[in-house]
Design a protein around this ligand. Structure first.
Ligand code: AVI
Length: 320
């Protein structure tokens, strides 16, 4: 017989049905409230992120592309012939293309991504563009332990993790990701992009763009909950709030309630007070030395580092 609790449960949505529902309900119950930034990236969120990368204020994408263009020949030298490139995430065709073009007869490209659709598209484009390159997409969560297929050629295995996505992890998550990466890349290296600590005004502008694309990206989390979980968030009732937390060297993004309001998610009703926040993202910024020290703790031997003339962003070669 159903328990009293089960009998009272709403017929429509059930938090335990999906990870997003479960995590959002847990976030709304907790104090302070926070949720993983991975939930930004549904189709709409990924489209908004692509627009962020083109914004005049969002310097990381442009700057990293410029650095990669300038250091590609040196990366190719370090990698040697017939290297295998393992990309953690497959969101940056433009960036990996620079490596594939510069490397000496790259043998294989293994993009790892949670979205199979994203991977298929990326793989098809690169197969057409690079005849002779074996493209082997892997549908997996690269933050978990990975088993990669054995390399067949004699080349080195080179990991690629651009965009400073490492900065979206907590320090503990970053360390354990790097530890696992060092294991799977043993004998090869990791090419890692890391955004640098800088004038807070530059950072503030990058996450508070004039066109409001970053605000829409942040608010899309609530829109997504309305679409997927049957939640009833009033988007106008929440403000995008992003600031640089200097002691912790990170941009924090929050959604702050403009008024006292009630919301129902997965059949559970929550009250959100005026001024209360849901913490949606951290974007840690690094110093070159700090990043190298972190990489060493994870088992890498730091190699050359490249930056842009304004020292906004850095690209690291880390021997595994
Ligand atoms: C994906 N990641 C590195 C971006 C960042 O800058 O932390 C996500 C982002 N959030 C707001 N704007 C961009």
């Amino acid at each position: 017989a159903p328990t009293a609790e089960a009998a009272n449960a709403p017929a429509s949505a059930n938090a335990s049905d999906c990870e997003f529902g479960r995590d959002l309900v847990a976030a709304l119950r907790a104090r302070p409230r926070s949720i993983s930034p991975k939930y930004f990236y549904d189709a709409e969120g990924s489209r908004l992120f692509d627009r962020i990368c083109e914004l005049p204020e969002y310097y990381p994408t442009r700057t990293e592309l410029g650095i990669l263009q300038r250091c590609a020949a040196e990366l190719a030298q370090l990698a040697g012939p017939q290297a295998e490139i393992v990309e953690f995430g497959a969101g940056s065709l433009r960036k990996v293309r620079l490596l594939l073009q510069a490397f000496d007869a790259p043998a294989r490209y293994l993009p790892i991504d949670i979205s199979g659709e994203h991977l298929r598209d990326a793989a098809a484009v690169l197969r057409r563009e690079f005849a002779g390159l074996e493209v082997q997409p892997i549908v997996a969560d690269y933050t978990q332990r990975l088993l990669l297929p054995q390399g067949e050629g004699g080349g080195r295995r080179i990991g690629f993790f651009p965009g400073s996505t490492l900065g979206n992890f907590s320090p503990e998550e970053a360390l354990s990701f790097l530890r696992r990466a060092a294991e799977v890349l043993q004998g090869g290296a990791l090419v890692l992009g890391a955004d640098l600590v800088k004038d807070p005004r530059v950072l503030h502008a990058a996450y508070n763009d004039a066109q409001g694309v970053t605000a829409a990206f942040n608010l899309n989390l609530l829109a997504r909950a309305n679409r997927e979980l049957g939640a009833n968030f009033e988007l106008q009732g929440f403000a995008h709030y992003a600031f640089y937390n200097a002691p912790l060297q990170r941009i924090e993004m929050h959604l702050v309630s403009r008024e006292r309001q009630a919301v129902t998610v997965c059949g559970e009703r929550f009250t959100v007070e005026e001024g209360e926040s849901l913490h949606t993202e951290n974007s840690h910024k690094f110093t070159v030395d700090g990043l190298r020290a972190l990489a060493m703790r994870a088992g890498f031997r730091p190699g050359p580092v490249w930056t842009d003339p304004q020292r906004l962003f850095s690209v690291h070669w880390l021997h595994a």
